[in-house]
Ligand binder design. Structure first.
Ligand code: SAH
Length: 224
C-alpha cells in the first residue's frame, strides 16, 4: 500500500475510534478527497520523508510542527465550509493545512507569525500551484481585517482563550475551529458557531496537543 493510502486508512480508522467524541462515523468526502490529493511529503523536511504519511505530527523547524493528518482532516471537516467559501487560517506553519483547505473552499488566507516559515510556506504554496491560498506574516490573533468577514476560521495553535478579533471577523452562521488551553495543560479542540444575530455557541470536541499561539511582545502579550 502506498504511503498516502495508508494515511487515508489511518484517518478513517481514527475517525471511527473517536466517533463518540466527534459525532460522526466518517468525514465529508470532499475533505477526504483533499487529503488524498495534497502531497504531504512536499510539506515536511527532507530528512523526515520516511514519515511523511505517518499519522502523527512532525517538526518543521523553529520549534513548530505540521499537525497530525487526522487532526488536519477533522478540523477541515468541523469548519463545515465548501465551494465558494472564503476561509482564514491562523498558523500557516508548513502550509499543509492551507493547501488542504484550498482544495475544499474558494479562497484561503493564512497568517504565520514566524517570518521564515511565512516566506517558506508562501513560496511552497506558489511552487505547488495552490493559487487560491495566500499567506502573509503577521500576528493571527488580530485576524486579517482587510479580508473579513470569513465563512470559517481555523486556528492551528493553542490560545488560552478564544481571541475576540477572530469572533468579530466571523460571518453570521460561520464557525471558528481552534484548540483552547495552556501550552502544557489540557487543550480542547473547540468549535464556536456564530449564530445569525451574533449569538455564540461553543462545542468542545476532544483533547488535543498544539504548539501555543504566541503574541508579539509589542502587543503586550496575553491580556488577562
Ligand atoms: N497549520 C500548520 C501547522 C501549524 S503549527 C501546518 O499545516 O503545517 C502552528 C503555527 O502557528 C506555527 O508555525 C507557529 O509559528 C504559528 N503561530 C503561533 N502563534 C501565531 C500567531 N499569533 N499568529 C500566526 N501564527 C502563529
Amino acid at each position: 500500500m502506498k504511503g498516502i493510502e495508508r494515511m487515508l486508512r489511518d484517518i478513517e480508522d481514527e475517525v471511527r475510534y473517536t466517533r463518540s467524541l466527534i459525532g460522526r462515523d466518517a468525514l465529508d468526502p470532499r475533505v477526504m478527497a483533499a487529503m488524498a490529493e495534497v502531497p504531504r511529503e512536499e510539506f515536511v523536511p527532507g530528512f523526515e520523508q520516511a514519515y511523511a504519511y505517518a499519522n502523527g505530527p512532525l517538526p518543521i523547524g523553529h520549534g513548530q510542527t505540521i499537525s497530525q493528518p487526522y487532526i488536519v482532516a477533522l478540523m477541515t471537516d468541523l469548519l463545515g465550509c465548501g465551494a465558494g467559501d472564503r476561509v482564514l487560517e491562523v498558523g500557516t506553519g508548513s502550509g499543509y493545512q492551507a493547501a488542504v483547505l484550498s482544495r475544499v473552499v474558494a479562497q484561503v488566507y493564512s497568517i504565520e507569525i514566524v517570518p521564515e516559515l511565512a516566506e517558506e510556506a508562501a513560496r511552497r504554496l506558489q511552487r505547488l500551484g495552490y493559487e487560491n491560498a495566500q499567506c502573509r506574516q503577521g500576528d493571527g490573533y488580530l485576524g486579517w481585517p482587510e479580508e473579513a468577514p470569513f465563512d470559517g476560521i481555523l486556528v492551528t495553535a493553542a490560545a488560552p482563550a478564544v481571541p475576540p478579533p477572530l469572533i468579530e471577523q466571523l460571518r453570521d452562521g460561520a464557525r471558528l475551529v481552534l484548540p483552547v488551553g495552556p501550552q502544557f495543560g489540557h487543550q480542547e479542540l473547540v468549535v464556536v458557531e456564530k449564530r445569525p444575530g451574533g449569538e455564540l455557541r461553543r462545542t468542545d470536541i476532544l483533547g488535543v496537543a498544539f504548539v501555543p499561539l504566541t503574541r508579539a511582545r509589542a502587543e503586550g502579550g496575553w491580556r488577562p
